[in-house]
Structures are given as structure tokens and as C-alpha cells.
Design a protein around this ligand. Structure first.
Ligand SMILES: [Zn+2]
Ligand SMILES: [Zn+2]
Length: 239
């Protein structure tokens, strides 16, 4: 017999640890619990029945109620609905469904990880390339400027030398340095020209692919909404 399945009311303590029925007291009315409300399936006192929450409900004597419950349980046992396999097969199905969900979640999360890892890698790679391009560009341009700086420092030093030699009274020294002096005068007589060098004004952030071109804010907007949950698959489980 499975007497633990007896449903009890909220205010009653009908059971001892040895499962024998012991009549308690109604906690609302402090009277002896004397009958079983067959509408609410709880033990009630006479005041419950006459004036309380169970007014007008159908009641049974306790021994009759006990008999009815026992016979319901016996019938259920005969019908086989208490058999372990009966609930076990459903539980197996439910637990299998839980497992399927956990596996599916892990699979999708892994897919997210891999997708973003690949994109992060590409973005980092592209960033390094762009930085390299900028460094190369500036290196070439600055080299150009450095070369000119060197040339004009050389001119300045020739001018300084010529001034010094012009002040000298040593004729022999002048003749000895004639080539240098005349070459320097020639060089210093040249008028400065202009050379073109280029600075990078900005970076072009247009996103281009197959004749589609997106500006940065369109591209960012696309990124913000990128990746949604894909198709869902219907799973049924027995319950
Ligand atoms: Zn009562
Ligand atoms: Zn009732």
C-alpha cells in the first residue's frame, strides 16, 4: 500500500513516522478534525464544514474516505499505472530531450566561437597590413625629405667654408682649394626648386565586395546586426 500519496490539507498533521493515522486539530478553529472533505481532499473540523471554507462541501467519514482511497490505489496498481516502466520510459524521453538540448547549445556556441575567432583573426591581420602600408608610405616620403635635408646641410657647410676661405689671405691655400670653391659657388648659385611629397590625409573605410560598396556607418550597422539565430528544428518529447 502506498499511503504517502494521500494528499493532506495545509493545516493538518495526520501522519506519524510509522504511517498510522492520528487525528490532529484544525489549526483554524482549534477543533478536532473529524471528517474528510471529498471536494478538497483534506481533513476538516465541524466548524470548517458548517461555517468555514468547506461550507456546503461533500464530506465522508474518515474510515469511508480511507477505504475509498485505498481502493483507488489498489485499482491503479491492478491497472498497471503504478509500474516503474510506465513513468521510466517517459522520463527517459524527457532526459534524452534535455541532453539533446545541451548538446545542441554547445554545438551552436562552438560555432559562434569559431566564427568570431576567424573574423577577429582577419580583422587583426588586415589592421597589421594597413599599419604596414602607412609605415611604408611615410618611410619613403620621409626618406625623400631626409635626403634633401642632407643636401642642404652640405650646401650650408660649403657656404660656411667659402666665407672662411674668402677671409683668408693665404693665396696658395685658395688655389689649392679652387676646385672645391668653384664647385661650391656653382652649387650655391642654384635656386631651390619644389619637390612633391605626400601625406596621408585620411583612411578610406569603404567596404567593397562584388560591386557592392558600403560606407563605414553602413558597414558598422551591418556588423551590429550580423549573426542571428538560424533555422530552428522542432523536437517533440513524450510527456
Ligand atoms: Zn476547522
Ligand atoms: Zn472542502
Amino acid at each position: 500500500m502506498i499511503s504517502e500519496q494521500l494528499k493532506s490539507g495545509p493545516s493538518t498533521k495526520q501522519f506519524n513516522s510509522d504511517d498510522t493515522l492520528r487525528i490532529g486539530e484544525c489549526t483554524v478553529h482549534k477543533r478536532q478534525l473529524e471528517a474528510f472533505c471529498t471536494s478538497c481532499h483534506v481533513l476538516i473540523c465541524p466548524t470548517c464544514l458548517m461555517f468555514g471554507d468547506h461550507k456546503g462541501h461533500l464530506v465522508d467519514q474518515m474510515d469511508k474516505a480511507t477505504k475509498d482511497i485505498r481502493s483507488s490505489m489498489d485499482q491503479a496498481a491492478k491497472d498497471g499505472i503504478l509500474r516503474l516502466e510506465k513513468t521510466e520510459t517517459v522520463l527517459v524521453d524527457i532526459r534524452h530531450t534535455k541532453l539533446t538540448f545541451e548538446e545542441s547549445k554547445q554545438k551552436v556556441l562552438k560555432e559562434v566561437e569559431q566564427t568570431f575567432a576567424a573574423i577577429f583573426k582577419l580583422i587583426k591581420q588586415r589592421k597589421d597590413e594597413v599599419i604596414n602600408l602607412i609605415n611604408q608610405h611615410y618611410e619613403i616620403q620621409v626618406n625623400n625629405i631626409d635626403t634633401q635635408e642632407q643636401i642642404w646641410m652640405d650646401k650650408q657647410s660649403r657656404a660656411y667654408d667659402v666665407i672662411k676661405l674668402a677671409k683668408s689671405t693665404n693665396d696658395y691655400q685658395l688655389l689649392e682649394k679652387a676646385t672645391y670653391i668653384l664647385e661650391s659657388l656653382e652649387i650655391l648659385r642654384q635656386t631651390p626648386t619644389y619637390k612633391n611629397v605626400y601625406i596621408v590625409n585620411s583612411i578610406d573605410t569603404t567596404f567593397n565586395l562584388n560591386n557592392i560598396s558600403l560606407n563605414l556607418s553602413e558597414f558598422q550597422k551591418g556588423l551590429q546586426n550580423w549573426i542571428k539565430l538560424g533555422d530552428s528544428v522542432l523536437i517533440q518529447f513524450k510527456c
